[in-house]
Design a protein around this ligand. Sequence first.
Ligand SMILES: NC(=O)c1ccc[n+]([C@@H]2O[C@H](COP(=O)([O-])OP(=O)(O)OC[C@H]3O[C@@H](n4cnc5c(N)ncnc54)[C@H](O)[C@@H]3O)[C@@H](O)[C@H]2O)c1
Length: 409
Amino acid sequence: MLKIGMIGAGFVAGFHERALRSVRDAELAGLCAPKGTEALAELARQNRLGETNVYKSVADLANAVDVLCIFAPNFARLEIMADIARAVEKGAELKGLIIEKPLARNVKGATELVRLARQTNVPTAYFENQIHMPAIVQARAQLAQVEKAMGPAHLARSAEEHGGPHEPWFWDPTTQGGGVCCDMGCHSIACGMFMLTPSGKPMDYLRPVSVNATMALLKWGKEPWASQLKARGVDYAATPAEDYSSVTLELEDPQTHQRSIVQAINSWMYDAPGLRLLMETFGPGYSYTVNSLQSPTGMFISDAAAAAVLDTELALEKSQASRGSLILQPNEIDLYGYIAEWLDALPAFEAGRDGALNVEYGKLITELIMAAYMSHEQRKVIDLTDPTVRAELESYVPLIQQGKGNEVL
Ligand SMILES: NC(=O)c1ccc[n+]([C@@H]2O[C@H](COP(=O)([O-])OP(=O)(O)OC[C@H]3O[C@@H](n4cnc5c(N)ncnc54)[C@H](O)[C@@H]3O)[C@@H](O)[C@H]2O)c1
């Protein structure tokens, strides 16, 4: 039985509490965060996930559990990782370290995070749930023989869109790292790259060749939306971030030298029923499509009954309406890959190794995200085969992340 400790007790920690209800041999043993711990601990206890205790410091939590999870905001990552490294140095015995996406806000941060994580000698798992989505994994398994006969896929389209994040720190590019490209582009780029990676090859097998990106602030800089954000403490007139991002990533198979392309599209202006993940993969003579809003369950709530609606997000993440024809996803935790990523990471930790995605993989995704910002900023295709460009990315901090988005949006 592995004792799990979560650092952060907000939105994503809540999703993981729900996921853990479907994972055997794991106990949610501890939580540590400035906000949300008592409610989440009570919920976990009710759901018989163990004797979930609340700890005052990362060091105390590290001494009480086997696996630590960083589920805290992007701006707090490095400090938390340094606390974990110190706790391990002082004798905390950990079997695994889980880090939610995105690994860091820029490559420098990612490099430091990887250094600190590796210093602990503890196996790691980078949590990118979309790569574990059963819809994608099973489509790939079903097509494995076809892929073998016809050749690997050559085009992947991957999109995640919703109406905008739930907490102000996500909107602020200086705390989050950017706008929608940093927040959700990391999912779509990683998932797109996975959908093109030949079966059986490592997750970082394909060689990134180039990145071409366009970003824009299409909705949330306009009225009345800008004022709504301002009321939540986010000033997009002074410090804007992109609410639309389109990234084209060109990849090369290092053995066959065949090229493939990921189109990653993300937005925070998806004024539709709720969050939508849309993936399409095309290979020679085959394809598959995933649309997370296609659900077996529909609902109707009349105007007369709408006042009785308790919480629309119980039906669908980022749900935007409480009446009319509505979509309900009966098992979002499974649909989005949250259960499967635990089922990958925990046995790997028990065996003393990294999960399928490790911190180095997370850093690779950070590099690709930074290349996308650089492409938009410089209005050109970024050549990732050029060592000078790779070196530049090491210390590059996008203008949007610096709070100077007005220069490029
Ligand atoms: N995989 C996904 O689809 C997904 C979805 C949502 C969020 N995330 C990621 O998870 C992370 C957390 O996002 P969230 O939506 O849960 O945010 P949130 O704002 O809802 O919750 C953040 C939690 O972290 C705590 N926290 C803040 N500063 C801290 C610190 N210094 N030390 C410890 N805890 C601290 C807060 O008190 C809160 O409990 C982000 O990096 C985000 O990108 C991933």
